[in-house]
Ligand binder design. Structure first.
Ligand code: ARG
Length: 588
């Protein structure tokens, strides 16, 4: 379906042409004076110079051509030359009717869908998820869903940090504690045990200890480097213990992401590309891009137009070890070979900006990707506490993601049970659903690159620009629709009617902008645009609701018309929260 703004612009274009002017002047925008009109066109002002005519004269002539328009109920030319427009209700109704009949509410699918890989999450093995991982997971999941809804093929990859020195550190520490484990007996040739010799909580304590020791004890660090080397070169016991670490850690990560409603298609990691690194290095050397500098293998990535210093991309350290960017580059190569995407999107902390600039330049320069492949890095801002500093627990520690979810859920539980008598089990589940909306909406309603303040009180409020407010609105609509059914009404058969009040038309106008809002969120990779749209939509609905006694209306057609608007509002709100990555309960 064409967008309503485009249909309006088409009508204007025809009128400009009929009056003898350039049709391109007929562009509509949403009115910035909603008290005067719904849409406006400033084309007469833009054309004044070209036609050497007062803009108001042009506007009058164009307005004249639209007196019998099927689109506009009112067209007013006002000084100094604006066209103020009001939409004909029949036109709006037929548009909404088509939306209701369309599975995607008027969203057109792209002629050539793109194949996109999103690299998000980025957790590290054996380290708990903390508040810093919230944004990557929540934003990435939403981008994935928005792009999919808009008809693109999207593959989400968690890209685990599961290789490198941190793995060596864990092995060293486990060996110090349990030298008797069969994994560390290099003469052992039998099968290794299937069950892991540790739990996730034991594991989580191992890494910080090891990392702490390595900072003060050079000998310990040397052992960790040796264990890293042994792991990477394929020593059996090292690989076996590392697999146990990975398995225990991945099942814990899966449970945590599951809790957050975040789902990855691929659970690949840095380690998966280990074997293709030598080939990639050869390819970069053969292309004449990689050379040895002070023992290390590097690729220059600076460009003449640079205003700041962009250091070379280091591919291999002088001891031949690979680095963070080596695995990222090899992963690009692997994705091109196995998936062949049109676009790669990365979501990380804002601080990795320079790093991704280097990686992308290196990938392009060395020919790992062809020029038509789009490489996009999105850096997200920090989650801060009310003091404006990175969010911490009450005693100043790093906030674990599970605790953050738990605290939010507890607060939500308190709010929904206060003065209400929901059965405990339902209250628990509902609190979880609403808490997720609070966390995700609180995050997604901000522009990706901006920092935001995690404000539990505000995020969990049922009023204002929050997830719970949106859910509350959906539940309110559902309850009216259910009561309508109980009265014997058929929601699906309800036919739209001309608006009776201004607030009803306002709501209808917002509904008609769904496809344009979703499309711009997709094109600009901006989930906050979906949030802004549903906040306006929820406000418009609530305004209408407070003015209208829907269920007690005696005129059956009028009532059915309202029900039809409500059903469409519910469907669109639910579609939007689904792409944001949360859902609404039946009641709350
Ligand atoms: N594991 C990394 C870290 O903790 C984040 C990974 C981001 N993704 C990537 N392809 N580099 O910083």
């Amino acid at each position: 379906m064409k967008k309503i703004l485009d249909l309006i612009s088409e009508e204007l274009k025809n009128a400009f042409e009929a009056a003898g002017y350039d049709g391109a002047l007929g562009k509509a925008t949403i009115s910035n004076r909603p008290d005067l009109c719904e849409y406006q066109c400033n084309g007469a002002m833009a054309g004044a110079k070209q036609y050497k005519k007062a803009p108001i004269m042009i506007a009058n002539e164009v307005a004249e051509k639209m007196q019998d328009s099927a689109v506009f109920a009112e067209v007013n030319a006002v000084a100094p030359g604006f066209l103020n427009l009001k939409i004909k209700e029949e036109f709006l109704l037929s548009y909404l009717q088509q939306m209701r009949a369309d599975e995607k509410f008027g969203m057109d699918m792209p002629e050539s869908p793109r194949k996109v890989v999103i690299d998000y999450g980025g957790p590290n093995i054996a380290k708990p998820l903390h508040v810093g991982h919230l944004r990557s997971a929540v934003i990435g999941e939403s981008i994935k869903r928005i792009l999919r809804y808009c008809g693109h093929e999207v593959i989400g990859d968690v890209h685990l940090g599961d290789w490198g020195l941190q793995m060596g550190l864990i092995i060293t520490e486990l060996k110090e504690r349990h030298p008797e484990w069969v994994y560390f007996d290099e003469s052992y040739t039998g099968e290794y045990p299937t069950d892991a010799p540790f739990t996730i909580s034991e594991l989580e304590e191992v890494y910080p200890t090891a990392s702490g020791k390595s900072k003060v004890d050079p000998e310990y660090k040397a052992k960790a480097m040796e264990d890293t080397f042994k792991l990477q070169s394929g020593v059996r016991g090292h690989r076996a213990i590392w697999n146990q670490v990975k398995n225990v850690s991945i099942s814990d990560l899966k449970a945590n992401y599951d809790n957050l409603g975040v789902e990855f298609d691929l659970w690949k990691g840095e380690s998966d590309v280990h074997d293709i690194i030598p080939g990639m290095v050869e390819f970069m050397k053969a292309g004449g891009h990689a050379y040895v500098s002070e023992g290390a293998l590097v690729v220059d990535v600076k460009e003449e137009t640079d205003t700041k210093e962009i250091p070379p991309c280091m591919i291999l350290k002088s001891d031949g070890a690979s680095l963070y960017n080596t695995t990222d580059l090899a992963t690009i190569q692997e994705r091109m070979e196995t998936i062949n995407p049109d676009e790669l999107i990365y979501l990380t902390d804002k601080r990795q900006e320079l790093y991704f600039e280097q990686v992308f330049r290196c990938a392009r320069k060395t020919g790992l990707v062809t020029p038509d492949v789009k490489l996009v890095w999105l850096g997200f801002g920090t989650v801060n506490g009310k003091d404006g500093k990175p969010f911490k627990t009450r005693d100043g520690g790093v906030m674990r993601l599970e605790n953050l979810i738990k605290e939010t859920t507890d607060e939500m539980y308190r709010k929904i049970t206060e003065g209400h008598s929901l059965p405990a089990e339902e209250a628990g589940q509902t609190a979880k659903i609403i808490a997720l909306s609070a966390l995700k909406y609180g995050d997604l309603s901000n522009q990706i690159a901006k920092d935001y303040v995690f404000d539990l009180d505000r995020f969990t409020s049922f009023e204002g620009d929050t997830g719970p407010y949106i859910l509350y609105t959906i539940v309110r609509i559902k309850s009216i629709l259910n009561k309508y059914k109980e009265q014997g009404g058929d929601v699906n058969a309800a036919m739209l009617q001309k608006a009776v009040s201004g607030s009803e038309k306002d709501l209808m106008m917002l509904l008609s902008r769904f496809n344009a809002s979703m499309e711009s969120a997709c094109e600009e990779i901006a989930p906050h645009k979906v949030c802004a749209y549903i906040y306006d939509l929820a406000n418009a609905f609530n305004h209408f609701y407070h003015e209208t006694k829907i269920l007690t209306e005696e005129d059956a057609d009028k009532k059915a018309g309202w029900i039809a608007v409500l059903a469409l509002t519910r469907d669109i709100l639910e579609t939007c929260i689904d792409v944001l990555g949360f859902s609404a309960p039946e009641r709350m």
